[in-house]
Design a protein around this ligand. Structure first.
Ligand code: PLP
Length: 373
């Protein structure tokens, strides 16, 4: 099975450790274990002492009851039985696509998005029909275009909500229209919701599983929970066939998610309100810093992100995005992700949910280079 190189992951592997100002990061400022324990009101010494008595078995194969309860609590109408823990959202996406999409199927996938969603189906011989999100369309799916691309042979429509890299969020009314189109084709909707959880208004963010029986939500502890080191994600679906297909495959590539990951994730989920409050304050502050910078930097423009942790910033200079990003790193120490990794030339993805000071300093350095070019 031949598969295209995963551009964004290869970019990060090559350059992330060389950054002085990391604006490539997509997780909300990752927590240390002692910070997590403090946030959750645990006595660190006591907790770690108890941890010493943990048997390093496979643990609960399909996730502990506490973990599955915690994940289910992120949705309106999902029970712990509707949840399958996986190795990160990356494992969840892989699981879903490999379990449901077959050679000869077609699937419609928003672009830009996380490359898994189009390169994996393509690698197994499915036809991928990109649904291009555009600047003019505020990076929201064009429903007429989606109708045109979808037919009776469409197995799956894939959205990424909130979207990476643009930070757009599909309003509920539009998601309902997507569901109607999927329903008429008998297609699943896979919604990669790894950045879901923290809204600007503080309101609950609707999941695809709230709106569609054949909807599949993917989430993880990495981004809004700041715990990417856990490598713990999940699939949530009310569709029994999807669940069974994923579980059958999971026996071959996962077994369990590991007792430590399960335990820390369950703890974090039990205190999700505190983690979300921390995340919301970082995002709110940093989104404002980014927004001010874009408004004050005439060489740039963007669609203001409304959710997630990333934005796609366009620059008004004639230089390929990879060349620009490499110069930025070598000359100014700033890591961004070139738009080219998302097939979006003339832009860069900025991850703004890390440290506020690094963000401001990094943005100033970007402006410096833009003026120099
Ligand atoms: C849209 C999207 N889906 C999935 C993933 C993978 O996340 P995880 O760390 O949970 O495997 C990422 C990571 O960047 C992502 O941006």
């Amino acid at each position: 099975m031949k598969i295209r190189p995963f551009k964004v992951e290869q970019w990060m592997n090559e350059w992330e450790t060389k950054a002085v100002y990391n604006l490539g990061e997509t997780c909300i400022d990752s927590l240390r274990i002692d910070e997590l324990l403090e946030l959750c009101g645990e006595d660190a010494e006591e907790y770690l002492r108890k941890l010493g008595g943990t048997r390093m078995s496979y643990g609960h194969i399909e996730g502990s009851p506490e973990l599955r309860q915690g994940i289910a609590s992120l949705y309106r109408d999902i029970s712990p039985d509707n949840v399958i823990p996986t190795h990160g959202a990356i494992g969840a996406n892989y699981q879903v696509i490999m379990s449901l999409v077959e050679p000869g199927d077609n699937m419609v996938c928003v672009k830009p998005t996380y490359q898994q969603h189009y390169s994996i189906p393509e690698s197994i011989g499915a036809e991928v029909r990109p649904l291009q999100l555009t600047y003019a369309g505020k990076f929201l799916p064009n429903l007429d275009e989606l109708s045109r691309l979808t037919d009776r042979n469409t197995k799956m429509i894939t959205i990424n909500n909130p979207n990476n890299p643009t930070g757009s969020w599909i309003p509920d009314e539009m998601t309902k229209e997507i569901v109607k189109i999927a329903e008429s084709a008998g297609a699943y909707v896979l919604s990669d919701e790894v950045y879901r959880g923290i809204s600007e208004s503080g309101e609950y963010m609707t999941s695809i599983v709230d709106l569609y029986d054949r909807g599949i939500s993917v989430g993880s502890m990495s981004k809004v929970f700041s715990l990417a080191g856990l490598r713990l994600g999940w699939i949530a679906t009310r569709d029994a066939d999807v669940k069974n297909a994923c579980l059958a495959r999971r026996d071959y590539d996962t077994i369990s998610c590991g007792v430590l990951d399960d335990m820390f994730a369950a703890l974090a989920l039990r205190h999700k309100d505190r983690l979300f409050a921390r995340g919301k304050s970082i995002i709110g502050k940093n989104r404002a810093i980014l927004d001010k910078w874009v408004r004050e930097t005439p060489e740039t423009e963007y669609i203001r992100p409304v959710a997630g942790t990333t934005a796609l910033v366009y620059y008004r200079k004639q230089i390929p995005s990879r060349e620009f990003a490499v110069r930025l790193l070598k000359e100014k120490g700033v890591l961004v992700t070139p738009g080219e990794c998302f097939d979006m030339e003339g832009s860069m993805r900025i991850g703004y949910a890390y440290d506020s000071k690094q963000l401001q300093m990094g943005l100033d350095k970007i402006a410096e280079l833009l003026r120099e070019i």
